[in-house]
Design a protein around this ligand. Structure first.
Ligand SMILES: *Cc1c(COP(=O)(O)O)cnc(C)c1O
Length: 403
């Protein structure tokens, strides 16, 4: 029997040109991390000891007092909030999601977004009540001060391209106001490269996914002050049990952090820039298709290639091109979250040079086909939205699934 899952279970290979999307497997895990995970999978280890060693690694890399590893960032959001609700009191930990007393958790309204699931749900799962602060495109200091004065067990700040950043409270202002009111500030920055910034600013805890830019296995790195981290880890005796980080997650995150520390980031960036330059070159001069360089929305050191479609001139919509690319074999998955603005993004961080070249060839082929056949601009955005929703619901988990 082959140990290649693609052949064994008839899976469709995917070229990932969308970055670190969890829905297609997040990241390509480097050899040194995989070797470490492989070794622990064949062994036994005291999980408390392993997590305390992980804490030392997390503390070193992030500059925090303490740290632990959770099963993913969504779980870490729930467990850090739970920690603020219970402290290290095991009776309260076992009682969750029932909470005696204060259970308000503040969240800027513009940060109440969906990263694949709603941010507010990860907070509510612990038993907390979410209190939105400000409005979608304006969170002022007086909104936060007013909410803090009314009482809260924690406040969550989200750094992500998903959030509304017009008129948001800067993170340092947010953290300082929380500190003045004695309310722990938890920063969810699952996909952000900056491992140290919020801790320096005085955040009580930060959350980073192990499987996104860190390219580890599915996990989350939780860093913060000792009391909060201890109470977060103790949740494994309560609601955290449903979000267990196994030995492979913990070792995978530790190895990924150390691999990240050692990595030649300059060389990685130069390789990414070369891929982006190839796209800029190879995708120029197509009718109705323009390519531009686009710096990351939240300041991560990554430059994507933006493809903007002028549907009348091109003869197809951006979402039709994305769908055709995804339907190829191997499937090519581009960043399509702004597709209704007729924009697609190519992310250079998670693919090989050969794959990057194949992506350019495939895009030209699909554009040529649309233009030769003249069968684009058939599907409006509302058709696509309906089809996407139907695709989510059609998953049946048993025979003959057509996804
Ligand atoms: C990806 C993401 C999450 C969830 O991360 P997982 O580790 O996949 O659970 C939470 N918040 C933000 C901002 C994200 O980008």
């Amino acid at each position: 029997m082959t140990d290649d899952p693609f052949g064994r279970w008839n899976l469709t290979p995917v070229i990932n040109v969308s970055g670190t999307m969890t829905r297609i497997g997040a990241s390509r895990v480097p050899e040194d991390v995989r070797a470490c995970v492989d070794r622990i999978l064949a062994s036994f280890v005291d999980m408390d000891e392993l997590q305390s060693r992980a804490g030392a690694v997390v503390a070193r890399v992030t500059g925090a007092e303490a740290g632990c590893i959770a099963s993913c960032s969504a779980a870490a959001m729930t467990q850090t909030v739970a920690a603020c609700l219970t402290g290290a009191d095991l009776a309260r930990i076992e009682a969750l999601p029932s909470v005696a007393g204060e259970r308000r958790v503040l969240l800027p309204m513009g940060h109440m977004v969906n990263y694949g699931a709603p941010v507010d749900q990860a907070i509510r799962l612990a038993g907390a009540e979410v209190v939105p602060v400000g409005t979608a495109a304006a969170c002022e200091t007086w909104h936060l001060v007013d909410a803090l004065a009314a009482g809260a067990v924690a406040a969550m700040y989200v750094v992500s391209h998903h959030t509304v950043r017009e008129n948001e409270l800067p993170m340092d202002v947010f953290i300082n106001l929380c500190r003045e009111h004695g309310v722990p500030a938890i920063v969810d920055m699952a996909a952000e490269y900056d491992l140290t910034g919020p801790i320096e600013l005085g955040a009580s805890a930060t959350i980073h996914s192990g499987h996104k830019f860190l390219s580890g296995v599915t996990s989350a790195v939780v860093a913060g002050n000792s009391d909060l981290i201890r109470a977060t880890y103790l949740q494994h005796r309560g609601i955290g049990r449903t979000m267990k980080a196994g030995k492979e997650s913990v070792v995978g995150a530790m190895a990924a952090l150390e691999s990240w520390e050692k990595r030649d980031h300059g060389a990685a960036r130069r390789a990414e820039e070369a891929r982006a330059a190839l796209w800029m070159r190879e995708l120029a001069d197509m009718s109705g298709v323009s390519v531009t360089s686009h710096a990351d929305w939240t300041g991560n050191p990554i430059t994507r290639t933006r493809i903007t479609i002028a549907p009348r001139e091109a003869g197809f919509h951006a979402w039709e091109l994305a769908a055709r690319l995804a339907a190829r074999s191997p499937g090519i998955v581009v960043r399509d979250d702004l597709v209704e603005r007729q924009e697609l993004y190519l992310d250079p961080c998670n693919l090989t040079d050969a794959e990057a070249a194949a992506v350019a060839v495939a895009i030209r082929e699909e554009v040529d086909l649309f233009q030769a056949r003249g069968d684009g601009c058939r599907q409006g955005w509302s058709d696509v939205k309906r089809a996407r929703e139907a695709a989510i619901l059609s998953w049946s988990g048993n025979r003959d699934v057509a996804l």
